[in-house]
Design a protein around this ligand. Structure first.
Ligand SMILES: C[S@@+](CC[C@H](N)C(=O)[O-])C[C@H]1O[C@@H](n2cnc3c(N)ncnc32)[C@H](O)[C@@H]1O
Length: 188
């Protein structure tokens, strides 16, 4: 089984734009560094995508809200992007359907669908970063490599970030290992 690195940060300051649900100050840069990406090199290469773009600062922003002036106006569940184009995909969705409606006036979310799309557009070996306020499950076609816990402002919920690496091969091996463990338990 692969080892997952556990990390904790405290990022109590908001960014200047104060976009609702936006990343705290420095979060994006620190996450890129965790993926081994030098932020100074980012313009179009390495390629970074934000399917729930909001006011993200690094990479291409997709969003369904015209007010944030996205690079591409589209739905994260159906990305108008070719397969295996990106080195890193950040998923920072509304945390549930109520937030989607009340904060952004956007529609219902389907975790399986938007994560599948994110994996589709990621290059093999690329990074999928999921930013949420709950622990999200394993994503088919990837392996989880890091968990990051963020304390934000006082009285605000902490965030849980999972960094996954796209690897069809390692995903397959992991599934085989899980099957073997299940079989052993059955036979005990
Ligand atoms: C939590 S915010 C992202 C904030 C961003 N990380 C930042 O730092 O500014 C979620 C964004 O997803 C957008 N959104 C909601 N549903 C969407 C969908 N189905 N497809 C694309 N964007 C969507 C919202 O308009 C909102 O801008």
């Amino acid at each position: 089984m692969n080892k997952i690195e556990n990390i904790a940060w405290c990022l109590p300051r908001p960014r200047k734009c104060k976009y609702p649900g936006g990343f705290p100050l420095h979060a994006e840069l620190k996450l890129l560094r965790e993926c081994g990406i030098d932020p100074k090199q980012i313009l179009w290469h390495p390629k970074i995508l934000h399917p729930f773009g909001g006011m993200a600062e690094y990479g291409i922003r997709i969003d369904m809200k015209r007010e944030v002036k996205p690079d591409i106006f589209a739905d994260a569940h159906n990305l108008p992007v070719k397969n295996e184009m990106f080195d890193a995909v950040f998923l920072d969705p509304p945390y549930n359907n109520d937030y989607s409606k009340s904060l952004y006036n956007t529609g219902k979310l389907n975790f399986k669908k938007y994560t599948q799309e994110a994996v589709r557009v990621l290059k093999e070996g690329g990074y999928l970063i999921i930013y949420h306020f709950v622990a999200t499950p394993q994503i088919p076609g990837t392996i989880m490599i890091k968990r990051i816990f963020i304390e934000t402002r006082p009285w605000h919920r902490p965030r849980i970030i999972h960094i996954h690496k796209k690897s069809k091969h390692e995903w397959k091996i992991k599934q085989q290992e899980i099957e073997q463990v299940k079989l052993r338990r059955k036979n005990v």
